[in-house]
Design a binder for this molecule. Structure first.
Ligand SMILES: Cc1cc2nc3c(=O)[nH]c(=O)nc-3n(C[C@H](O)[C@H](O)[C@H](O)COP(=O)(O)OP(=O)(O)OC[C@H]3O[C@@H](n4cnc5c(N)ncnc54)[C@H](O)[C@@H]3O)c2cc1C
Length: 458
């Protein structure tokens, strides 16, 4: 009854943009994790005012509301737990302003990351955060998850570029924090608090982003190692050298073979590991830096190839971005975790991962952002095989415990959502959780925004 009334009101405000079509509801019940839910409706606002109206109706009738970008989240963040309303921000996809004097871009949340990158490049500007999903994920989703990408080692992650946000609070009020300035210390930094809040505190409706000048040149190196330990040593050598590469990605043998089986990229399938390294900057300096990095890899028995043109560069990156889909050819279910350890402890973590895989007789494929200690650990299994799935889950817990033992964290970029809730208590103290719950209650006293996420289940 409450829902019918709510739906009628919404249809009045958003004519033709409220859907309860069964097929559509089914599709909006998923993201890129293994979680699934079933929403009560999908609504598609196209302005902040419409978001405000939806939020205030939801608040007054107590309907759960879930902001959604492209649904590429890896932890079930946009998956509805109970009969919730999905607020799809896909239609709010305007690049409002690109200002090369202020070096700021202002966008709506539904803009696809790669679309902004392409637009900026036309005027020699640059927005560094580059999640592997950049061709289809939204900037709103990136802010809500504080997404990172290969370039984070040199340029940082989403939070380092968000200057300001316009946010609709669950009761329909609009909150503006930060803006076009590069600095600002008046009051608590609510912008930073909202970045990475996984849609639990407010609905992001406008984003002010810092942009940089486009580097003059980028050189891409593909370095192959017969042993993963040598690759790990090369990473340490590069990290402590005077060169700060813009990417320092690694793939283990399992990932290399999965990608090559998926699509013939001509990757070295017998290599123990490979590093995908890029350096960028001004002409001249870049060549020298590339040479230095190449020498460091050779000193650790690496075989170094330089991508000679844009085509080979794009092909190498296409191979890197294909890892996720390629892994499904190993086993039908992929439990993708994104642990981080202090950079110097990557070799120990890789050893732990080998032992865990052996102990549980599972295939675990590892790749990721070696430059910042962020390893994407993919436990390959089959959800329909109860016994194997149980072993996989045990392995995941041990992986988290190992990462924390080594001084790391259980998530570097994918967030908690639903899939990591039960492990949050391993990392956060009761005091942290208590404070976070109070913050949640201050923003969302009725608990309607993305309920049941992030915090450990009661
Ligand atoms: C193949 C693949 C590769 C990936 N690679 C990376 C990677 O390299 N780095 C990385 O960090 N992530 C990566 N991801 C994960 C994912 O793409 C990112 O988390 C991305 O930021 C999610 O954006 P989205 O638009 O799909 O958000 P969704 O999945 O729709 O939502 C994610 C969360 O954000 C919230 N949200 C979305 N929009 C808003 C809004 N406007 N206001 C408030 N809350 C909102 C949702 O409620 C949800 O909690 C990858 C995913 C895939 C499938």
């Amino acid at each position: 009854m409450a829902f019918d009334y709510f739906k009628k009101k919404l249809e009045h405000v958003l004519p033709g943009r409220v859907s309860t079509d069964r097929g559509e509801l089914f599709c909006y019940g998923f993201d890129a994790s293994t979680e699934q839910g079933s929403p009560a409706a999908v609504v598609r606002p196209v302005s902040t005012e419409e978001v405000c109206q939806v939020a205030s109706y939801a608040s007054s009738s107590g309907m759960p509301l879930i902001a959604r970008g492209a649904g590429t989240g890896m932890t079930g963040g946009a998956v509805p737990l109970e009969k919730a309303i999905i607020l799809s921000l896909e239609g709010m996809n305007r690049i409002i302003d690109i200002d090369s004097r202020d070096m700021v871009a202002v966008v709506e949340p539904g803009v696809i990351n790669a679309h902004l990158q392409e637009k900026l490049e036309e005027t020699c500007l640059f927005y560094p955060p580059d999640p592997a999903s950049m061709k289809f994920c939204t900037l709103g989703g990136n802010v809500a998850e504080n997404a990172g990408g290969p370039r984070a080692i040199k340029y940082g992650v989403t939070k380092d570029y968000v200057l300001g946000l316009e946010v609709v609070l669950p009761d329909g009020r609009v909150l503006m924090c930060g803006g076009r300035t590069y600095k600002g210390v008046v009051g608590y930094d609510l912008t930073r608090l909202l970045v990475g809040s996984e849609g639990t505190l407010g609905i992001i409706t406008k984003i002010f982003l810092k942009v940089l000048p486009l580097p003059e040149e980028t050189v891409t190196l593909l370095c192959t190692f017969s042993r993963i330990e040598d690759a790990a040593r090369a990473v340490s050598a590069i990290s402590s050298s005077s060169v700060l590469p813009r990417t320092l990605e690694f793939m283990d043998n399992e990932s290399i073979r999965a990608v090559e089986n998926y699509k013939a990229f001509n990757l070295p399938v017998h290599a123990g590991a490979l590093l995908l390294i890029e350096v960028d900057g001004s002409h001249g300096a870049v060549r020298m830096e590339a040479e230095k990095v190449g020498d460091l890899c050779i000193a650790e028995q690496g075989d170094v190839r330089v991508a000679g043109d844009l085509f080979s560069r794009q092909r190498i990156w296409e191979a890197r971005r294909s890892i996720s889909p390629a892994l499904y050819h190993i086993r039908p279910t992929k439990i993708n975790e994104d642990i981080v350890v202090p950079r110097g402890r990557i070799p120990e973590m890789l050893q732990e991962l080998r032992e865990i895989a052996g102990r549980h007789d599972l295939k675990i494929a590892n790749f990721g952002h070696a430059g910042d200690g962020n390893i994407h650990v993919n436990v390959m299994t089959d959800r329909n095989n109860e016994e194997e799935y149980r072993r996989a889950k045990e392995a995941v817990k041990e992986i988290f415990e190992a990462a924390l033992r080594l001084g790391g964290t259980i998530s570097g970029e994918h967030g908690v959502g639903l899939t990591k809730q039960q492990y949050v208590g391993l990392e956060l103290s009761d005091t942290s959780l208590e404070l976070m719950k109070k913050i949640k209650a201050a923003f969302d006293p009725r608990g309607i925004l993305n309920p049941g996420k992030v915090f450990p289940p009661d």
